[in-house]
Structures are given as C-alpha cells and as structure tokens.
Design a protein around this ligand. Structure first.
Ligand SMILES: *Cc1c(COP(=O)(O)O)cnc(C)c1O
Length: 394
C-alpha cells in the first residue's frame, strides 16, 4: 500500500484553495507612521490593524521598551518555573489584575498559546466545552487539544448554550466565548451566559482580546461593562497585541485557578518566558490604555462617523458598536476585488474569507483606530462605495 505523500496532498489543497479564491498572500510592511503603513513599496492608510487606541508606536512605550532592554537585556533565558520569571512580568500581571479587579493574573507568550493552555489545563476527556459558533480559532483548538467534547451553539444564543450544557451531565463543563467577536465586532450576551453557566455548574471563560482597552469604563472590557467579575467569570483572557498595541497575553482569574495554570498549563510551563523589556513596555501601555480616556472617546466618534456615512451611501452594516466594522461582500471574489480597488486608492483593508469566517461570510473587516482622522474615514467610505459600485454583477 502506497502511503499518501504530504507534498501531493498539500498541492491538492492548494489547487482547491485557488479554485475557491481562498489563497492568502503574505504582505510585508516596511514602514509605519501613525495610521499609515508602507506595504510592498507603497504607503497606505491602514484600516485592518488592531491598534485600536493607537498605542503601537507611542514614544513613551517605545522608551519603556528601550529602558527595559538597557536594564534587563534581550532575553529571559528560561521558562518561568526554571529561571525566566522576572520582576517585570510580576509588575505587569499585578497592574492588569488591579485594572480589571481580579485577584491574580498570569502572563503568556500570546493569546493563541494562552487559550490552548487554559483549556488544556482545566479540561480533559469526559468533560464538556461549550462554545459560540463564531469563537476564535484558538478557543476551538484549545478544546480539541484538551480532549473534552466540544459542542457549539448558534452565534450569541445563550439558550443554545444551555441546551448544549444539558446534553451532557457527567464531566466538568466550561463555557467559552469571545467577548467582542473578532470578525463581527458584536458583543456576546455575557449576562445570560453567566447565568446559564451558574445554573449548569459550568466555569465561564471569556476571551476579551478585542474588548480590553476599548469597551467600558477605563477600558476594562466587556465583562466589567456587563457588571460581571471574578464571581461570574472566574477566568478571562486579556491580549496585549490588540488595543494595547504590543504582544503577549495575560489570563486573569481567582488565585486558585491561576495557581493551577502555573503548575499545569503546558503553554506556560514549557515555553520561554517573554523578554522582560516587553513586559516593561506593556506595563506602560496598560497605564495609558487605562487613563487616556480621550482615545476611547475619539474611537467612538470615528465609529459613529463611519457607520452614519456608510448607511447614507446605502450599505447595510451589521450591528457593531466596536472598532471592528465588517462590510459583508458575500463571496470571495467580491471581497478580493473590493480590497484590491481600495488598495489602488491608498487604503489597506484585507479581505477576510473562509475558513476564517463561515462560507458566504466573506467580508472586508474594517477596523478603526484613534489615530485615524475624520478625513481618512470620510475618504474610506467614499472609496468603499465606488468599489461596491464597480463590482461586476454576478
Ligand atoms: C487575536 C486573538 C487571539 C490571539 O491572540 P494573540 O495574542 O494574537 O495570539 C485570541 N482570541 C481572540 C478573540 C483574538 O482576536
């Protein structure tokens, strides 16, 4: 019997992706300046980044990074339980725990790793993980890695979550959801999901990658905005790569659960601790995200402006009060054509296609940043309308 060759199989997959207009291209940025990027030799206004508060290049964070490196060097030299844990990591964790009013926090290399690590550490075979259909890939992958049974409910449907929880009563159960949905920008029904979790004795885990810094008082995110806390949401993911403008992730939770992660989360135990200088920089970013209210206010005004102007030009936008503003395109080819035309006009808006979004959910995922000017947003809306009107009838 001939074994299948991974090379042949990869080539077949590639051919299928090409036929379906789903091949993605790696783009390289050669310069950044405020809301603009130089991409493949041309400057574009970036409307697809996650730098919602505009902190990714802030001079005071840059200088914290430089100071951190001058004092502590480049690398951490080990995993946290061996020798890699540094006071800068602890200071960052304390600041985030205090900001969100949680007892304890733990730093991970990235949000992707943190989600794998949390689900793997708390769930195993015979357990149940109930998730929103549109949850981030890292939550899905974490459930798979854990060996628990993964059951998904229709988007935003807390009753659907309840039905899934009732379907299995034996093992431990966890409900996991994005706070702000990464491709849609809407917010999960956290109060209802918290209630369902409590009634069903399930642990409720919220991944607020896109809500932290942006949503609610002092940017404390969706959980705090829903007037929930550690009692209802014992574990929460905060990422440092979105509104905080940097890289890494922190899980906040009650002290016992976080201590279990220290001992059992493989993505924490078996990976090199992040560079201390990065934690010094992130601490400065947290301080600014917390206190610079004007960045959130500016963002809200741009969101209102974008939605109003789009609706005036006949776009039917899905509900979203966050900087993630999807513009539905239907099929892959339309999304690609609109993205290419926007690029011609000087705007960078990536086309998001399956499998990142469901079939026929192809879209332009427009994201706004406090750094965008009113004029840039106005010009983007005009360019979007022209790109839509130039689509061939299909
Ligand atoms: C971006 C994202 C992650 C992954 O975080 P990284 O730090 O980029 O690895 C996890 N969950 C959600 C909802 C995200 O949007």
């Amino acid at each position: 019997m001939a074994r299948p060759s991974i090379r042949t199989r990869a080539a077949e997959q590639r051919a299928q992706q090409e036929a379906a207009h789903r091949v993605r291209r790696l783009r390289t940025v050669t310069g950044r300046n405020g809301s603009s990027c130089e991409v493949d030799g041309r400057w574009l206004v970036n409307f697809c980044g996650n730098d919602y508060l505009g902190l990714s290049q802030h001079f005071s964070i840059n200088s914290a990074l430089q100071d951190g490196a001058a004092r502590n060097g480049y690398g951490s030299t080990g995993s946290p339980l061996v020798c890699g844990r540094h006071a800068a990591h602890v200071a960052l964790e304390r600041a985030i725990a205090e900001w969100l009013d949680y007892p304890r926090a733990l730093l991970f290399d990235s949000g992707y790793v943190a989600n794998l690590a949390v689900l793997q550490a708390f769930l195993g075979e015979g357990d149940l993980c109930v998730q929103d259909r549109l949850d981030h890939a890292s939550l899905i992958d974490g459930a798979r890695l854990s060996g628990a049974m993964l059951r998904r409910y229709p988007h935003g449907d807390a009753e659907g979550a309840l039905r899934q929880l009732r379907s299995s009563v034996d093992g431990a159960a966890m409900v996991a959801t994005d706070g702000v949905f990464s491709m849609d920008g809407d917010i999960a029904p956290l109060k209802q999901l918290a209630l369902v979790s409590r009634v069903q004795h399930a642990t409720f885990y919220v991944d607020d990658a896109h809500g932290i810094g942006v949503v609610g008082d002092e940017g404390r995110g969706c959980v705090a905005a829903a007037k929930l806390g550690p009692a209802e949401v014992p574990l929460q993911l905060v990422t440092l790569g979105k509104a905080l403008g940097g890289y890494g992730a922190v899980v906040v939770g009650d002290a016992g659960l976080i201590e279990h992660l220290v001992q059992a989360a493989r993505g924490f135990v078996y990976s090199t601790a992040p560079p201390p200088a990065l934690a010094v920089a992130s601490l400065q970013a947290v301080k600014m995200a917390r206190s610079d209210h004007w960045r959130r206010e500016r963002l809200q005004s741009l969101i209102a402006r974008f939605r109003e102007k789009m609706q005036q030009l006949g776009f039917d936008l899905p509900e979203s009060a966050t900087p993630i503003q999807p513009v539905p395109c239907g099929d892959e080819r339309s999304a690609l054509a609109m993205s290419a035309e926007l690029e011609e006009e000087g705007f960078w808006v990536a086309a998001i296609r399956p499998p990142t979004v469901p079939d026929s959910g192809s879209r332009l995922r427009v994201t706004l940043s406090a750094l965008h000017s009113n004029a840039e947003v106005n010009a983007l809306v005009q360019a979007l309308a022209r790109a839509r009107d130039n689509l061939p009838a299909r």
